[in-house]
Design a protein around this ligand. Structure first.
Ligand SMILES: Cc1cc2nc3c(=O)[nH]c(=O)nc-3n(C[C@H](O)[C@H](O)[C@H](O)COP(=O)(O)OP(=O)(O)OC[C@H]3O[C@@H](n4cnc5c(N)ncnc54)[C@H](O)[C@@H]3O)c2cc1C
Ligand code: SF4
Ligand code: SF4
Length: 429
């Protein structure tokens, strides 16, 4: 096939999925490379999403299904880029597709194979709130709904033991220990980098008590507690899975001083968190502790005003670095400086940290491999610097979504549309 008929997209979050569908509709063959076993990216971790306060799964599942059913899109999960050569219009890209050890064509997603596995490990996708087995899907509703075996933990693949338990449990003969890693050679005219983001390790923000006090949670932990497919099936509970919090505080901008920029979405998702916490536990008292508020876009001011009007009490603190958290029996004592620089304290049961967004792990290595520049924060640098281009420093390679910097879903999709327009201009000229 002529390389100008093919595009490679790296990362299957909302930005990568939208770009892939648009390219397919424009008649291009798309290879969508995702390093995880599932597609969908970070949006599927959130129970609901703003601005429409809609269920994220309902928003994303139809897009995921369309991707999986589109014959123009080849989805390569558990895969990484290992090399690229050539130039705009004619790149040669090598992709390593690791073994899943489960045959995607034969698996029906019945889930009979996980309970029998004797090996457990923390489920990092579920923010380590629960465990998973050595054979697992990340969460209920993962797509593709096909498990993967962690070869480092599997007793048979790593331990040399005769374990056959998952194989015996599968009535469809889908477990395949003979699957091998494959190297695929792809010829593509253009590349879109949509490798997204992650959040910083909350333990790095030493004064806010994460990892020290069990009552301190990250925003993503709260997302999973509020999600109907999460560990508590959507019930707001403390770490024991049973106790209801009476008073909850949300600290905005946790880690902003470390990364040196505003993460763009935290003030808005905090309003959503307050809304859904109150909906699930009407008696809960909520406090938003902030020093700056970022309410971009036409929707977010209204959302914030609604939340301040009865759902959450907004409290100003003047210096996050001077905040202190202590544990008093089963309560948390938050100490902060108010507008007059006087020390004030607030007692709560649960504390949520809106942890700063940073570039996805391995983004710098990916940029090195693609020979594109990164900016001073580690996100992909655009050719036009700060003024909104989706072109990178290498012709034929474009960027979309949070790989370029923190942003919300609508802005990520907008960049996908712009990147697809640039790809089409390049390949059709
Ligand atoms: C706590 C929280 C709540 C949020 N709530 C909202 C909300 O309510 N509304 C809203 O509009 N926005 C919200 N956001 C922002 C939203 O999550 C992002 O806008 C969106 O996820 C960006 O999509 P993306 O595709 O750019 O990146 P991601 O969702 O991060 O997807 C990137 C994908 O690329 C994959 N990947 C990474 N590196 C590689 C690689 N080297 N090779 C292959 N694959 C790779 C990743 O595994 C992932 O699947 C929230 C953010 C946070 C942190
Ligand atoms: S073979 Fe591996 S994955 Fe399967 S049940 Fe045994 S330890 Fe678990
Ligand atoms: S591998 Fe077999 S048992 Fe496991 S989910 Fe698939 S069909 Fe079910």
């Amino acid at each position: 096939m002529n390389p100008t008929e093919t595009v490679l997209v790296i990362g299957s979050g909302i930005a990568g999925m939208e770009a892939s569908l648009m390219l397919s509709k424009a008649g291009k063959k798309v290879f969508l490379v995702e390093r995880l076993p599932l597609i969908g990216g970070n949006v599927i971790k959130t129970g609901e999403s703003f601005p429409n306060m809609e269920c994220s799964t309902c928003l994303v599942a139809p897009i995921q299904q369309e991707i999986l059913q589109d014959s123009n899109i080849e989805v390569l999960t558990v895969s990484d880029i290992i090399s690229i050569s050539g130039k705009a219009g004619d790149f040669a890209i090598s992709v390593r597709k690791r073994a899943r050890y489960v045959n995607i064509g034969a698996c029906l997603g019945c889930g009979m194979c996980y309970p029998v596995c004797p090996v457990t490990q923390p489920n990092n996708w579920e923010q380590n709130l629960v465990e998973k087995k050595a054979i697992f899907v990340e969460c209920a509703g993962s797509l593709p709904n096909v498990p993967v075996i962690d070869p480092a933990l599997c007793l048979r693949l790593n331990g040399g033991e005769e374990c056959n338990l998952c194989m015996e449990a599968c009535m469809f003969g889908a477990i395949d220990f003979s699957e091998k890693e494959e190297i695929l050679e792809i010829n593509a005219g253009a590349v879109i980098v949509a490798a997204g983001f992650e959040t910083i390790d909350a333990k790095e923000i030493e004064n806010l008590g994460y990892g020290k006090y069990p009552g301190v949670f990250t925003a993503y932990e709260l997302e999973r507690l509020l999600a109907s497919n999460g560990p508590t099936e959507g019930k707001l509970r403390m770490r024991d899975g049973e106790t209801k919090p009476g008073r909850v505080a949300i600290i905005h901008c946790a880690g902003r001083d470390k990364v040196g920029y505003c993460s763009n979405v935290c003030c808005s998702y905090s309003a959503r968190h307050a809304h859904f916490m109150k909906e699930k536990l009407p008696e809960v008292e909520i406090f938003d502790i902030y020093s700056d508020l970022c309410l971009p876009d036409k929707h977010y001011q209204k959302l914030n005003t609604e939340i301040r009007n009865g759902t959450s009490s907004y409290i100003y603190q003047s210096d996050i670095a001077k905040m202190k958290i202590e544990e008093l029996e089963d309560k948390l004592l938050i100490q902060y400086l108010n507008e007059q620089e006087a020390e004030v304290s607030l007692e709560v049961d649960m504390l949520i940290l809106t942890v700063a967004i940073k570039p996805a792990a391995g983004l710098e290595e990916l940029a090195d491999l693609l020979e594109i520049e990164i900016d001073k924060y580690g996100f992909i640098k655009t050719a036009a610097g700060e003024i909104g281009s989706v072109c990178t420093s290498r012709s034929g390679i474009f960027v979309a979504g949070c790989a370029e910097g923190p942003k919300d879903i609508p802005c990520s999709v907008l960049q996908s549309e712009a990147a697809v327009a640039q790809v089409m201009r390049l390949l059709e000229s």
